[in-house]
Design a binder for this molecule. Structure first.
Ligand code: S3P
Length: 178
């Protein structure tokens, strides 16, 4: 999507920094931060872990499709931080790609794994080997992230502030008259 009245959408795997970078982008652009996991939790009234436990991943994904639709429908341009799997649904991919400037945040799997270590809020990484699972998800999801991304930003070795700076520069470049 082009034009200045669009959302900034952050996608990428768990640990890519979507929430931390999103907060900083929202502050700097003076926009609302909409986090799709928070929308899902607000609608369900329980945390993501409990939704997975009670309804399974498929229940969570159905709720996530609604959350993405609601986020994109926000009347004012916002910063939307998506859950890592929000791009798995074709309708969501279309909504995100049409509704926003989509930034795919990447990092080497080892960096992602280090960032999510000791965080028990992610059911997909519970129990097993988080680095192996992240590597599997990276392979599986790469085409989906790529298909929606207007820009790809490597967050490895960069602080959330530095990444936010790069995101905003990319946004401004995309909006500059040709
Ligand atoms: C998921 C990522 C999580 C959350 C859920 C599933 C995924 O969000 O939506 O645990 O499938 O990658 P973050 O990417 O914000 O951790």
């Amino acid at each position: 999507m082009t034009g200045e009245h669009r959302h900034v959408v952050l996608v990428g795997l768990m640990g890519a920094g979507k929430s931390a970078v999103g907060r900083r982008c929202a502050q700097r652009l003076d926009r609302e931060l909409i986090d799709t996991d928070e929308l899902v939790e607000a609608a369900a009234g329980v945390p993501v872990t409990e939704i997975f436990a009670a309804e399974g991943e498929s229940g969570f994904r159905s709720r996530e499709v609604e959350a993405v639709a609601d986020a994109v429908a926000a009347p004012r341009p916002a910063v939307i931080a998506c859950g890592g799997g929000a791009v798995l649904d074709a309708r969501s991919r279309q909504r995100l790609a049409e509704g926003g400037f989509v930034v795919w945040l990447t990092a080497p799997v080892g960096v992602l794994a280090a960032r999510v270590a000791d965080d028990e809020s992610r059911p997909l990484l519970a129990g097993g080997d988080p680095a192996a699972e992240l590597a599997r998800l990276a392979d599986l999801r790469e085409p989906a992230y790529r298909s929606v991304a207007d820009v790809v930003i490597d967050t490895g070795g960069r602080s959330p502030d530095e990444v936010a700076e790069v995101v905003i520069e990319a946004l401004e470049r995309s909006e500059a008259p040709a």
